[in-house]
Design a protein around this ligand. Structure first.
Ligand SMILES: [Mg+2]
Ligand SMILES: [Zn+2]
Length: 180
């Protein structure tokens, strides 16, 4: 199967240093919904792995997080696509969990759900922790310049990292690569 894994904040929707705390604050980055729908229609399974320590910090509830993910699914479905497994880490940075990126726990969860090997699977993120999580499991680190991406890039990224402007550019590259 063709599996693509995405970080959420800064990749699919606009990020905020003040956290995305409500459905109103969950605003798709232009072209991202269409990109996921196009990838899905081209045969890609698009999964999501997102750190959501705002849950542990008490900034928003699991019900609110679920509502954001339901909105994401609805918007992609309206474009004829489908979102795959969405995994989130609700823990804080001091809890020592196995899922919070840069740890690769969520990537393992997705891989076992779909029974695939993570080697070479693209994991798209805008933060250093995303790139590190990918490298830990021999997945392909992919950086987008949206969200914190420009800032991450300016601090230096692993040598093997692929860099794209945004999710729309990734969709177009993967779909054309497949066609050609
Ligand atoms: Mg992010
Ligand atoms: Zn966790």
């Amino acid at each position: 199967m063709k599996l693509l894994i995405l970080d959420r904040d800064g990749v699919i929707n606009q990020d905020s240093d003040a956290y995305i705390k409500s459905l109103d604050e969950w605003i798709p980055i232009p072209g991202s919904i269409e990109a996921i729908a196009q990838l899905s229609k081209a045969g890609w399974t698009v999964a999501v792995a997102t750190n959501q320590s705002g849950i542990a910090r008490g900034y928003y509830s699991l019900a609110t997080l679920d509502a954001m993910h339901a909105r994401l699914r609805e918007l992609v479905a309206a474009q004829g696509g489908e979102v795959g497994m969405i995994v989130y880490c609700p823990h804080g940075p001091d809890e020592g969990c196995a899922c919070r990126k840069p740890k690769p726990g969520m990537l393992h969860t997705i891989a076992s759900h779909y029974a695939v090997d993570l080697a070479g699977v693209w994991f798209v993120g805008d933060s250093k922790g995303d790139l590190e999580a990918a490298r830990t499991v021999d997945a392909q680190p992919v950086l987008v310049k949206t969200g914190k991406g420009e800032q991450t890039l300016s601090k230096g990224v692993p040598e093997a990292t692929l860099i794209f402007d945004d999710l729309a550019s990734i969709a177009s590259a993967l779909i054309h690569q497949q066609a050609g």
